[in-house]
Design a protein around this ligand. Sequence first.
Ligand code: DGY
Length: 343
Amino acid sequence: SSHLRTSKPKIVVCRDLGPDVMPLLVKRDDLEVVLWTEDCVCDREWLLKNVQGAAGIVIVFSELVNAELLDAAGPNLKVVSTMSVGYEHIHVPELVERNIRLGYTPDVLTDAVADISVMLALMAGRNANETMGIVREGLSLIKVSHTSNISPSRTVGFLGFGRISHATLARLIPFGVTDCIYSSNPNSATSSKKERDEAILKQHHPQLKSLRPVDKDTLAKESDVLFVLAPGGPSTRHLVNEEFLRKMKKHSVLVNVGRGTVVDSDALAKALREKWIWGAGIDVVEGEPHVGKDHPLVKEPRCNILPHIGSASFETRLAMATLAVENCLAGISGQEMPAELDV
Ligand code: DGY
């Protein structure tokens, strides 16, 4: 009867989670599952309409979770499950106020994203985008030289020093890297946890001669390869701006695989155009997913751009989708979630 149907907990899913994971939801006849099936960002109007009465929602980072959405969902909503490690698209205080739990997907994507960090550092350093462009144009390769590599004499810097930065650093040790500096949010972890992390890193990587926290000014001035791996949101917006970029070394490379908003796009385009830095490798860009081909960074030959594919390997997306579903199911039944954000 319609009464039975409407009394089942409803779950709204904003992304196709793939043939291995979808059955975990759609085969459950004790749930009402509503899916966004188009192969594009979930339409807001559709979501606002369908979220009514939902007990759980499974989203990705393109869905803004704010009072508007939560009010549209109403009092049944128990859990928001995002298939991402970042959660700046979610207004956490609004969840706290309504007693809604938040699931996310840390750890499972760390290795995939660290791989992309290294790939972009190499691509930017060796000028992959511009030189591949030369091949595509059918032009002579003779003029290609003076690229910047990752070598033992290079100082590696991190803006944000969490899991993905640690995994990126681990991948760079075999390149002979011995000097690492970093700057991280003073509020992101207790100082004793930071000291513990640092001790573990030094123990794991005895090759590291120097690992030190520095201020932003030093980070800009001393990094040969700088990885931007800070979370998004207002507190990190444009940490890398014109002033920062002007302090960087001429042969340095900037890599951003965290959030586009941390780097001022116009300033980075100017830095590349006027050769304040050697090159950039970015997987994220301000304003994404709407980045047109006239974007100032798309036009810069020394900007190696990927369309936010850091976590997009088969295994990683499978692990993220599985975890997102498990978080959602645990959350609606009031159980312990495998990865719940402690809000
Ligand atoms: C994340 O997990 O936050 C990524 O940016 C989305 O894949």
